[in-house]
Design a protein around this ligand. Structure first.
Ligand SMILES: CCCCCCCCCCCCCCCC(=O)SCCNC(=O)CCNC(=O)[C@H](O)C(C)(C)COP(=O)(O)OP(=O)(O)OC[C@H]1O[C@@H](n2cnc3c(N)ncnc32)[C@H](O)[C@@H]1OP(=O)(O)O
Length: 180
């Protein structure tokens, strides 16, 4: 089925913010995290940026492939907020096309391509030197919708409690109100 943007999704151009203070992908409270910043696009699409830091190296001076996969995963995961669905990555297939040097800002774009029951199919691309620059990484993903119990049943109680008490209303809404 064609994906449907939720009527309460953030307007195109609006920043999505972080879904969790300590998320390695987007959280402001992770000193070595990616601090990825996503913005809503048209339809069920978005853009995001991530600047590769020295802490993200694999080979000398180059981004670690796992970190780049994290950037893709986080970007793709952010799409679920435009559907107002909580979902986790079931499958992530990554193509590494060009090396990504430290100091580079990766310009990511992602879209949901189809939704089938709990399954959300999406794809993303990351470019160097700007939104129209050469492709460095690509991914296809399957996210699977889950209830909030997924996190409560499997997460550690101290972090769950902290997320539930997050003073940031938007982050709390993303975690708890989208999926009663
Ligand atoms: C209280 C605090 C709250 C905090 C709230 C925070 C909110 C926002 C958090 C978001 C966080 C974002 C961060 C970035 C995204 C991550 O990185 S998420 C972390 C990485 N991912 C995971 O940890 C997921 C681990 N895997 C699982 O938990 C389970 O395998 C899954 C994915 C939930 C699926 O299990 P299940 O619910 O039992 O579903 P299941 O019936 O097996 O599969 C459903 C369908 O999906 C298909 N499927 C499942 N896996 C696959 C696969 N790998 N390949 C192909 N098909 C598959 C099945 O075939 C099935 O298809 P149908 O039969 O319906 O056609």
């Amino acid at each position: 089925m064609k994906p449907v943007r939720h009527p309460d999704a953030p307007a195109p151009g609006d920043p999505l913010g972080a879904h969790y203070e300590h998320c390695f992908g987007c959280g402001p409270g992770q000193p070595h995290g990616l601090h990825l910043e996503a913005r809503a696009g048209e339809g069920v699409a978005l853009t995001a940026e991530f600047t590769v830091q020295p802490a993200h190296q694999g080979a000398p001076g180059l981004a670690h492939g796992g970190v780049l996969a994290t950037a893709l995963d986080e970007t793709l995961g952010s799409l679920n907020w435009l559907l107002r669905t909580v979902a986790v990555t079931g499958r992530l297939e990554t193509d590494y096309v060009r090396p990504v040097p430290v100091g580079t800002t990766l310009h990511l774009a992602a879209e949901v391509t189809a939704v089938a029951g709990r399954k959300i199919y999406s794809r993303a691309v990351g470019r160097l030197d700007g939104p129209d620059g050469p492709v460095a990484v690509r991914a296809d993903a399957l996210f699977v919708e889950v209830k909030v119990d997924h996190f409560i049943d499997h997460g550690r109680p101290e972090e769950i409690q902290a997320a539930m008490s997050d003073p940031d209303q938007v982050r709390r809404a993303r975690a708890f109100e989208v999926n009663p």
